[in-house]
Structure formats: C-alpha cells, structure tokens
Unconditional design. Structure first.
Length: 323
C-alpha cells in the first residue's frame, strides 16, 4: 500500500500495490454484500444539555413506532440507539438512517430532551451515569465493574454480511493500514467530564480501558482465527465463538452469531458525524467492503471536519431533525 500527499488538492491519496507476478483479486458484485448501520447518541436536557439519570420508556416507544429499522435503549439510560435494516445500497441505507434520526430527535423533543451525536458527552460525569435495565447489560456491567460505569461513550457500527464467510479474516487484515485514516476522519470527542482534553478524539483514549479494545490480532488465515477462538473458549475466557469481539477502535470484528447469517464483519467507527450526505459519516465504513467506492454518494462538504454538533431539537414545539 502506498500513501502520497497531493499538495494541489491537499489530500492524502493511497493505492494498493500488487506484487509482481500476482493478479488483482477478483471483485464481487456490490449487491452480494448486505450491510446495516447502528448509531448511538446521547440524550440531554434541551436547555442545560446535562444528561438525564432517568429516561421514560414512552420516549423509545414513540421513536420506534411504525418505522423501518429499530430505535431503542443503549447501555446507559442517557443513550439512544438507531439501527437500520440490512441493505445493499448506500443510498437506501442513508434514507432510512435519516428517518431514524428524525424520529429519535422528534421523540426526544416531546420529552424536553435533545439528541447529541458525539463520541463523548462534553458535560456529563460518568459517576452520575445509570445503566439501562436489560439482562445483557447487567452481565456486561457485572463483568466490567468500574470500567463499565465509565463507559460514557457513543459510536457507530456497520455490520457487513459476506456471501463467502471465509473472506472475513482476509478483509479484516487488509483493513488495518486504513485505521489511522478512519480515526482521523471521525473525530468528534474533544471534551470529557466538562473539560477540553486537547485531543480531537478523546474517545479513543477512554475506550482503551476496556479489555476487548485495540487492533485485532494479525490473523493470516482462517485456521489461525479458528485456533485463537478455540483457545479462548478452552481457557474459559468466553463461552463460544459468538462472544469473540475485537472492539473499538479496531474497526473490525468477526461475528458467528446467528444461523441465518453466513458471516458478518462488523466495522466499528470510533465516533460519527451527523452529515448523512458526507463521506465522513457513512461512506468510508461501507466502501471498505464494497468494491466500487466511486458509486457511493458524494460529499456535500469538503472541510473534512467532524465538529461537535447538537442534532436534536432546540424546542419542544419546533423540533429540528438531524441533517
């Protein structure tokens, strides 16, 4: 892989070099890859922007009513998550994601709450966080203890279904050189506990406390991956292969859960932006696993910035949906 800075356009350009004597890999058709997107947001008081310790079930019921996809609680009561249905088209998933964002913002506004799309909440104290009532979250909190309580973080995930699951390990390994660029494109967590951190992406440092974070092991073959999973299961570190997760900011995770899915590769963006037409919000995460990024929707912004933005409603009577 070769990286080159183009001073005329002020862009970092990259290309993959094919060794002499080797042919380019065969490219699969875009429509063979289904993918879905999950986004997590903070809920905050519409006037003070402080996070609530309690959020009503009615909010999530209203947001999830009569829509494609799903809107529900996340790990903390002060969070809300939206998830699209599986799609093969970036244009289709963008339309559905926009509607999910609008529903989440409108439902929050009816309860005098706003939606913040950022990697870390700029004002919230993790000491005041309250876990959402869910059995799976109870298990996570029991395992992580204090580290789980400090998890005042939001992110974005793209789940890509592979028609040939044996390719997942190879794709995950080939994605690793792009990790620094993905992180640089998605920074929106400059504040922590009400203080400026001096970093554009503090979430990366905060998330490093979790035991399953960081870059994945360098698996060169499926056999190496299978042996690693078997060793983890035999040692008692996890019950089965569905529990294996290489978390943020590793950008890749293989999942064997679900008999209906031949194979999933989960691409975890460290943070997210609210610009649904920007390459920085959806396209980089989808284009990795689809062979023709030139067919992805274009960007309406050339700034390359992911600012801290409030994407909820400024008032209860006139909610402003995320763009």
């Amino acid at each position: 892989m070769e990286f080159r800075f183009d001073p005329s356009s002020r862009r970092l350009r990259m290309r993959t070099l094919v060794p002499a004597g080797r042919q380019d890999r065969a490219v699969a058709s875009d429509d063979l890859f289904q993918f879905g997107i999950e986004e997590e947001y903070f809920l905050s008081d519409v006037e003070t922007l402080q996070v609530p310790s309690e959020t009503p079930d009615a909010l999530f019921h209203d947001a999830d009513f009569c829509i494609a996809g799903h809107i529900g609680r996340e790990f903390l009561r002060a969070q809300i998550e939206v998830a699209t249905e599986p799609h093969c088209s970036a244009g289709e998933v963008r339309v559905e994601l926009l509607r999910l964002r609008q529903n989440a913002a409108a439902a929050a506004a009816r309860h005098r709450l706003a939606v913040l799309a950022c990697g870390t909440h700029p004002l919230a104290s993790w000491r005041d966080s309250v876990q959402s009532p869910k059995q799976r979250y109870d298990k996570v909190m029991d395992d992580l203890q204090m580290i789980g309580r400090r998890n005042m973080l939001c992110g974005m995930h793209v789940h890509v279904e592979f028609p040939n699951p044996t390719r997942r390990v190879s794709v995950m390994t080939r994605m690793l050189p792009y990790v620094p660029l993905f992180i640089a494109l998605s920074t929106s967590s400059a504040f922590w506990q009400g203080r400026a951190t001096g970093l554009k992406g503090y979430r990366l440092a905060a998330y490093d406390e979790l035991p399953c974070t960081g870059l994945p092991e360098l698996f060169r073959t499926n056999a190496e991956y299978d042996a690693y999973v078997a060793a983890m299961v035999d040692s008692g570190a996890m019950p089965d292969s569905s529990s294996f997760m290489v978390g943020d900011p590793a950008v890749a995770e293989i999942s064997d859960a679900g008999a209906a899915s031949p194979g999933l590769l989960r691409i975890a963006a460290p943070v997210l932006t609210t610009r649904s037409r920007s390459r920085h919000s959806i396209v980089p995460w989808c284009a990795i696993c689809t062979p023709t990024p030139s067919t992805m929707p274009g960007s309406t912004s050339s700034t390359g910035r992911s600012p801290l933005r409030i994407s909820g409603a400024p008032s209860v009577t006139a909610p402003k949906a995320p763009s």
